[in-house]
Design a protein around this ligand. Sequence first.
Ligand SMILES: NC(=O)c1ccc[n+]([C@@H]2O[C@H](COP(=O)([O-])OP(=O)(O)OC[C@H]3O[C@@H](n4cnc5c(N)ncnc54)[C@H](OP(=O)(O)O)[C@@H]3O)[C@@H](O)[C@H]2O)c1
Length: 219
Amino acid sequence: MRAAVRKKYCTPDDLELQEIEKPDVTDDGVLVRVRAASVNRADWYGMTGTPYFARTMTGVLTPKSELFGTDFAGTVEAVGKDVRDFRPGDEVFGARTGAFAEYVNVCDAVVPKPANVSFEEAAALSVAALTALQGLRDKGQLQPGQKVLVNGASGGVGTFAVQIGKALGAEVTAVCRTRNVEQARSIGSDHVVDYTREDFTRRDERYDVLFDVAGSRSW
Ligand SMILES: NC(=O)c1ccc[n+]([C@@H]2O[C@H](COP(=O)([O-])OP(=O)(O)OC[C@H]3O[C@@H](n4cnc5c(N)ncnc54)[C@H](OP(=O)(O)O)[C@@H]3O)[C@@H](O)[C@H]2O)c1
């Protein structure tokens, strides 16, 4: 199969498309033919090896795996003997190191893809949307009727945070720069603060949850 490969930390120009062995399906695994994959910051960290602390996960001097990419969507090609939840032909999405390849063998981080969601849309979901879900629902314990402010509402995690905040029944205030104000409104934000014009910490408004995706302000 073809896969995007890097043997050392590099820039996008140094990535290579190589023929490598197709992964075997493990007993507890699902072999997925990748139809779409998305790029997020985690892939950038894994490709460049920066920031350096990220190397504690990806490998100190050289990458632990020459494969990279994480978020994918595709079609199940084969399942391991212990797998009951999936069958060949199922459309799925999930996250697995090595997603910038034609096939991935994935064990637990895979779920069925809703029929009304395209492969491209599903491939953009996993890590960023889960981060937003964990932040608002699990850590923030956001409740219907509460007020949440999302600082960094126009990027990978923030756009999901706005939509998940609305889906949880909260009143959502989005913080982003001028060119993203309309986008923040279009995905459901009740209020939008343009941080190039206004400092949200100086407003009288108070919030039940502050979700700081941008990390641009002190706690
Ligand atoms: N993406 C993931 O899957 C993921 C998963 C786990 C953790 N994270 C972490 O979450 C953080 C954000 O990741 P991301 O993928 O969402 O990044 P991103 O797509 O680059 O988005 C960054 C966001 O920060 C905003 N921003 C930049 N400067 C700002 C400022 N001075 N004040 C307020 N907002 C500002 C940007 O808004 P404007 O463009 O409108 O300026 C944008 O909404 C990173 O630390 C990343 O490591 C990401």
